[in-house]
Design a binder for this molecule. Structure first.
Ligand code: ASP
Ligand code: MG
Length: 442
């Protein structure tokens, strides 16, 4: 939802096919970042500056959508509410933060509903808090699937008989009506939850790239969009860094076997990636992703020797502090784990500190930072002779800090220093994924 043009392009996509029934909108570009900063800003001047930017952007959009649509009064009212709320809170709590962040999607969805009503009849703006019930873990709330399905049936389905619903991504609500959020980038997760609750056939994610690429084109300019992926490959790509999809989006689609399409909202004809259950039978490498800013925690204890229950004890501590672990590697007296500190909010970083403090009461904990997790994604990676040899041979002058291979047929992951991350990707892409140019073939 970058600007009016983006909104119009999205509205055109929706209007193009009457089978498109529910539209979940994310905030206008940059707004969630600004709202986040607003929660953290201490100086009144900075707060004022941020509020002004948010106000100007949305009021301009309200004017541009045309007076006949009458978006202006509603937008203005929301902005006044935001302003007085921000001035009314001091040290922003996690719950207040969620409420402030929710303005991004509330504003964009009402602007978009107006743009869309110009093109199709029967547009209904729905408050997502009526449907998307979550627990009260503010900042990364857990959707309550049964309750969502019930409400979708009772409150949403009837609206779809003659109408087309526009609602907000990213936002949820506790049972007692407090606003929550699903975590940054959560709008497509919301859309997936709606698709699941309605047993939709297809979930389309319209974003700023034409599908999921073989790797980040910022790192490898000749990276290409992947036409088809199976759920597992796409989930691995999403989890390990391709920022196109929220990692939980596919988990949700897999539960109901919903086909997912990822396309570019500003250029719907550009094609995109279809994601489904279908798995190709040939072993291959489909993509490479990277997650920077990783921490490697190594836990050492002599108590581990021939003991049972030690790993359980470590994971119990991490689970209690809601700290999520990505990779694990163990030796007789050491356990190394990576934690994704890149996307974790300040809130969960605090929990991580607490977890480490507790681990230190019964073991030595060593922390290394500035690492990148590189994930090679494909099919049958754990059954193809020579594949890891080829991968690591292309990286022969790079220090590999840790490797995880074998648990999944779809991924091989390793850790390198942040400064070696991009180069590792370029080397592997060149070896396995760069498609020969036509001239070279001739
Ligand atoms: N507006 C939210 C964010 O920027 C959710 C989203 O865009 O998916 O994180
Ligand atoms: Mg987004």
């Amino acid at each position: 939802m970058r600007d009016l043009q983006a909104m119009q392009s999205c509205a055109g996509i929706v209007a193009d096919d009457p089978a498109r029934k529910v539209v979940i909108v994310s905030a206008t570009a940059g707004t969630t970042d600004q709202l986040t900063e607003l929660c953290e800003a201490h100086s009144l001047d900075r707060k004022e500056e941020l509020l002004k930017q948010i106000e100007i952007r949305h009021l301009e959009l309200a004017v541009q959508t045309g007076p006949e649509n009458n978006a202006y009064p509603g937008i203005k009212e929301m902005l006044i509410e935001l302003r007085s709320y921000v001035h009314g809170v001091n040290e922003v709590t996690a719950a207040e933060r969620d409420y402030i962040l929710s303005f991004g999607e509330r504003l964009s969805s009402s602007l978009f509903a107006n743009v869309l009503s110009k093109m199709v009849d029967g547009v209904v703006w729905l408050d997502v808090k009526d449907i998307l019930l979550t627990d009260d873990f503010h900042g990364k709330a857990e959707p309550q699937l049964e309750e969502i399905a019930n409400r979708a049936l009772k409150k949403l389905k009837p609206l779809l008989e003659n109408g087309l619903v526009v609602s907000q991504g990213f936002i949820g609500s506790t049972l007692d009506g407090k606003t929550t959020t699903l975590g940054r980038g959560g709008s497509d997760y919301s859309a997936a939850l709606f698709a699941e609750a309605l047993s939709a056939d297809i979930l389309e994610i319209w974003t700023d790239v034409a599908g999921i690429f073989s790797t980040d084109p910022g790192i490898v300019p000749d990276a290409h969009p992947i036409e088809e992926l199976n759920f597992n490959e796409a989930a691995e790509l999403a989890i390990y860094g391709a920022k196109v999809l929220h990692p939980a989006t596919l988990k949700t689609a897999i539960r109901k076997n919903t086909r997912v399409f990822v396309g570019k909202s500003m250029d719907p004809q550009a094609g995109g990636t279809w994601i489904s259950q279908k798995t190709g039978s040939a072993p291959n490498i489909r993509g490479i992703s990277i997650r920077r800013n990783q921490k490697l925690i190594t836990i050492h204890s002599l108590d581990m020797v021939h003991q049972f229950g030690f790993l359980a004890r470590i994971f119990e501590v991490l689970a209690r502090h809601k700290t999520s672990v990505d990779l694990v590697s163990t030796s007789e007296v050491n356990v190394s784990l990576t934690l994704d500190t890149g996307i974790q909010s300040n809130y969960s970083n605090r929990m991580l500190d607490n977890a480490i403090e507790e681990l230190r009461t019964f073991s030595t904990v060593h922390i290394e930072s500035d690492l990148s997790l590189v994930a090679v994604i494909g099919n049958k990676l754990n059954q193809t002779p020579g594949i890891s040899g080829k991968i690591f041979n292309s990286l022969r002058d790079i220090n590999i800090r840790m490797v995880c291979h074998g648990a999944s047929p779809h991924n091989l992951c390793f850790l390198v220093n942040d400064r070696d991350g991009d180069r590792s990707i370029r080397l592997i892409h060149k070896q396995f994924l760069t498609q020969p140019k036509k001239e070279e073939v001739l």
